[in-house]
Design a protein around this ligand. Sequence first.
Ligand code: NAP
Length: 249
Amino acid sequence: MITGASAGIGEEFARALAAEKQNLILVARREERLSALARELSGAHGITVEVLAADLATADGTDQIAKAVEASGWTLKGLVNNAGFGDRGAFTELSLERQLNMIQVNVTSLVALTWKLMGNLKASQEGFIINVASTAAFQGGPNMAVYYASKAFVLSFTEALHEELRDTNIKVSTLCPGPTASEFATEANIAETKLFKAGAMTTQAVVRASLAKRRKAIVIPGLTNKLTVWFGKLSPRLMTRRLAGWLQA
Ligand SMILES: NC(=O)c1ccc[n+]([C@@H]2O[C@H](COP(=O)([O-])OP(=O)(O)OC[C@H]3O[C@@H](n4cnc5c(N)ncnc54)[C@H](OP(=O)(O)O)[C@@H]3O)[C@@H](O)[C@H]2O)c1
């Protein structure tokens, strides 16, 4: 199952896992996009691709998904919690509703879906969970305060889960991409920032790195992103958060 499969990184996860001949369940709000992708991938790879339209910004989005899985008797082998979005602006100038929706999609629904589907995943011989965080997870992000905090949660939560499940059949990994070419930058109003103008990775390169290391606790795709995180760890927090704020002013 891949959430946020109607665009960007999630769509690329769908393409890459379809090429591995995995049957898929695609989740997002834009059902027409999911259905078109499902037709394309099932035709090209001879796999079964199911579509579940759900809004993960609502409290019952994950219930809807869990009930559909149970009713259909699907057995899950992997869960890619990828759906997410950001927004740029001073905390008090951005709408509270949009920022709370961000926490619901990026954090609460990710946790809820993982919890609700864990029993199903455990029944699989070799399961995996990939939670999509960001290089934003490693420092505070002025002008995107809630987004950065939501990704810090995803990183911390997923690292802990990785350890809890280390000796089980489920491998848990956090994907931490940096700027990546998708609809994200436009949605988050950061396409014109120094951060994105410096260059973005392709979704193909990001997903290739993630799937190649899907058993690893933390995957940071690309040398620039690895160096950025490494530099951040060696620097005072004051410096890294100021730099993050400057890059997306
Ligand atoms: N692109 C980057 O630079 C970057 C960097 C680091 C981390 N990330 C993370 O990577 C993940 C994927 O982002 P992306 O770059 O692929 O962005 P994207 O192209 O904008 O795709 C976002 C996906 O999330 C889904 N989504 C958003 N809100 C949703 C909701 N309320 N309910 C269900 N699905 C929802 C969207 O589907 P619908 O609109 O159809 O619902 C879409 O499929 C996100 O978690 C993002 O934070 C991205």
